[in-house]
Design a binder for this molecule. Sequence first.
Ligand code: EPS
Length: 412
Amino acid sequence: MLRFLTAGESHGRALVVIVEGLPAGLPVTVAQIQDELARRRLGYGRGPRMRFEVDEVTIVSGVRHGRTLGSPVAVEIANTEWERNPEKWQTEMSVDASDGPTRQPLTQPRPGHADLAGMQKYDFVDARDVLERASARETAARVVAGTLAKAWLATLGVDVVSHVVRIGDAAAPIGPPPTIDDLDRIDADEVRCLDSGASAAMIVAIKEAAKDGDSLGGTVEVVAHGVPVGLGSHVHWDRKLDSKLAAALMSIQAVKAVEIGDGWDVAGRRGSDAHDPITWDADAGDYRRASHRAGGVEGGMSTGEPVIARVAMKPLASLNRPVLGTVDVLTKEETVSFKERTDVTAVPAMGVVAETMVALVLADEVARKFGGDTVAETRRNLDAYLAALHDGPLGPSGTEAPTGGDAIADGG
Ligand code: EPS
């Protein structure tokens, strides 16, 4: 329903993203996209490139006089390093065969990266033919798509926030899920962590890893508030909201695990201590859950509670001190993988990308359930659904079973 496609290589001319399925009438500005891209560059432990790569944004189509037209929105993000370093990247990444490779091919693939499997699959002897696309630079294009999805969700009262809960062995204590009001404080922290003690420990860990030329992974928590009950479905495996969130989050470069709610922890508990009791909030005239263990998703559907996912990123496979064993694909000699300029950790940035992927999945499900060619129409459809729930037999005034007879309470 809402789909997007990215193109572009890390050191090529530009990244491009096309987003299709947005309604007409959504206010969009270049500044809003740039602000979100700037958030993705945040975080202690990024490499030097983040200081000079400025993400020059051009909206190519789909927006007129500051509002979406309902047509595909295409956006280009120029790679300023390509522009500033013509001798280096413009020839190395040229589309013209006569510019031919300017450097020795990278023939010592990095373990843990896409290099070797990609070289074997696509028949390349130069790892650059793989790594340029496998690079996390691509997530800048996703963040553009996510900015648009977030803007649409905001018109429906839905927002998405992330924070870092672990880098290396430094972990933050588990607290209540943050809200959008915490976001400025999270973004102001050097590692996007809410707990100042844990943040300081994370920075120490990053400094130590940097000294050793090493890298660090970690975990972020993503929380979506205001998600209406009933996104996703229990009826088919490929319509379950949690499976879509997991797939979208696992697609982020270097992510190796995703849990919804307390997924891993719950696996070790008894059933009596693993679920979220249902309560009735008479003031709101709605159901609530007494805890958040399910992460706001039951049976593949949103429950109306905050949707919570945790996302684990492995330590990056590019190291500033080449120590990982590999094989030179031309000589077959065992050696160590090549050194490539890189980040010590990209976990804080990954949080912003995780927000993006969650927003894109939720916006896709909003489009499926509520439709609408305009922002106002989607909002009307959502309001009508919520009003029908409120006024129907499950709402505050509903007391009778719809088909008559005795209500069955034991589930059968
Ligand atoms: C990356 C390595 C680094 C990162 C890059 C991803 O790039 P470079 O080798 O050019 O310094 O900075 O991430 C980005 C450019 C970005 O915008 O996120 C890698 O190996 O994947």
